[in-house]
Design a protein around this ligand. Structure first.
Ligand code: ADP
Ligand code: MG
Length: 467
């Protein structure tokens, strides 16, 4: 059966037979927004095959195909595809890396059900590889023929994007910066932590992630350079998500003895530490961009009306450089203009580049993809148990941003020196050597795919629009 369809400003209205004309979909009518149109191909003079992603609630999309007939003047396939794709590249060439052990070991079947059909329907070129061991994804990225792909799709948690970005940064051509600019890194979420997909799509839905990869536009994002004495000095270490010490690192990496609790283990570990007012002594030096929260909010508001891809405030990114910029060593003296933070009661040090650390932790509501700045949250035990517990629950919605006890700043670099004998440093969710850590922003060094030109909106968008 062929349905009569009309082209409207924002999409295609599919008419049921004998419906009176109207702008809104009536009974039997269906409106398909252009951003859900995957492909249109000619069948005959006026008849087309329309393939689209149909939403079925809770961010779930499935591929549907119908035959439609369009009036002449509306039925030019290439014009319709222009409307469907806008500035986004069509028929992307995708390298899909599946971690067969990520999350609950279901990555492969989640991809086959919710990813592959979407990519095929959009006529993407899809090469699929399973990762066979730790660091395999890093090796694949480091030896990749850069002209062969538009994007690497990581079917995993945040571990594989971390490996892929590090592989590109250490690309065998010696041109790490170029490799990172050339190939976009995306996540098809099927791990235990899916911060990258949640931060760009506002949800951990795999089918929405696939749709946004199909419709995504290359978007620059700052990365962070990791420097530690015992890391291989011939290698570049980059982070895209976070570095943390204290409460969260301990709960993430130090709750092995609670593993039987499964998902609850993190919350229980955190509550136990807050109740015992555990302190995490350290020395911290930072290079501030905006120390006070009011300054951070003003900075965010200023960027709201601009393209998030516009140049940032930190040191500028050179678009032609083949290599990543030189950075200062953790072995050098602390630069004079870095400020020492005096917080004897510190319980959490957290620096990050993505808003969501997981679907239920909006840790950095003020972060922007390429402002050349890193968001930093510091929190100490001086507030006492009740306020600290409230703060912990407020992180879910991002409301901790407005809590006075917490310091929220924007910085460009820091050095952290732990002052206890043993503990955890978590970088992108992985354990790193427990020793001094120096981090510097690499402005605009990475590229991702975003269907909206930036991160998913946080509570700060509304807050800034109101005031
Ligand atoms: P999760 O969210 O469940 O932690 P990730 O995708 O983050 O899943 O992956 C976790 C780790 O699994 C990564 O650090 C990666 O190095 C490792 N890994 C990938 N493939 C394999 C494999 N075939 N065998 C063992 N480990 C692997
Ligand atoms: Mg992981």
């Amino acid at each position: 059966m062929v349905a009569v369809a009309r082209v409207q400003a924002m999409g295609i209205l599919i008419d049921a037979p004998k419906q009176r004309s109207s702008c809104l979909p009536g009974p039997g009518q269906e409106f398909i927004p252009f951003n859900q149109v995957l492909w249109i191909s000619p069948e005959g003079e006026s008849t087309k095959t329309l393939t689209y992603a149909k939403g079925s609630g809770s961010d779930k999309y499935t591929v549907k195909t119908i035959k439609i007939s369009l009036a002449s003047g509306e039925n030019d396939v290439s014009k319709l595809l222009d409307l469907a794709y806008g500035p986004s590249k069509r028929q992307k060439r995708l390298l899909v890396l599946i971690n067969p052990f990520g999350g609950q070991g279901k990555a492969q079947s989640i991809f086959q059900t919710h990813g592959e059909p979407m990519f095929r329907a959009a006529r993407c070129e899809v090469d699929i590889k399973l990762t066979e061991y730790r660091h395999h994804a890093e090796e694949i990225a480091a030896t990749l023929v850069l002209d062969a792909y538009d994007a690497i799709v990581c079917c995993s948690g945040d571990g594989i994007p971390h490996e892929v970005l590090n592989g590109l940064a250490n690309h065998k051509s010696g041109q790490g910066a170029k490799a990172l600019r050339k190939v976009a890194v995306c996540q098809f979420p099927c791990g235990s932590g899916n911060a990258l997909a949640v931060s760009f799509n506002g949800s951990a839905s795999p089918s929405l992630a696939a749709l946004n990869i199909v419709k995504g536009v290359k978007t620059k994002m700052d990365l962070m350079n990791i420097n530690q004495t015992s890391l291989d000095s011939n290698k570049r270490y980059v982070s895209f998500l976070s570095q943390t010490y204290g409460l969260v690192a301990d709960c993430d990496l130090g709750t092995e003895n609670l593993r039987w609790m499964g998902g609850q283990r993190f919350a229980v570990g955190a509550v136990m530490r807050v109740l015992s007012l555990t302190k995490y002594p350290c020395e911290v030096y930072v290079e501030y961009a905006h120390e006070k929260r009011e300054q951070v909010t003003a900075h965010f508001a200023k960027y709201l009306d601009q393209d998030s891809n516009e140049q940032g405030e930190g040191s500028q990114h050179d678009d032609s450089a083949a290599e990543l910029p030189k950075v200062r060593s953790v072995k050098d003296p602390v630069p004079d203009d870095w400020v020492k933070i005096e917080r004897p009661d510190l319980c959490m040090f957290y620096v990050g580049k993505l808003p969501w650390m997981s679907s239920d932790a909006l840790m950095f509501p003020a972060t922007l993809p390429a402002d050349g700045l890193l968001d930093m949250v510091l929190w100490d035990t001086s507030a006492g148990r009740i306020k600290s517990l409230n703060l912990l629950t407020a992180v879910e919605s991002g409301k901790h941003y407005h809590v006075d006890q917490l310091q929220y700043s924007k910085i460009t670099a820091f050095r952290l020196i732990p002052k206890i004998d043993s503990g955890y440093l978590s970088i992108d969710g992985e354990a790193f050597p427990f020793e001094p850590l120096q981090v510097e922003v690499l402005p605009g060094a990475g590229c991702f795919l975003s269907a909206t030109g930036g991160y998913s909106k946080t509570l700060l968008h509304d807050h800034c629009r109101r005031s």
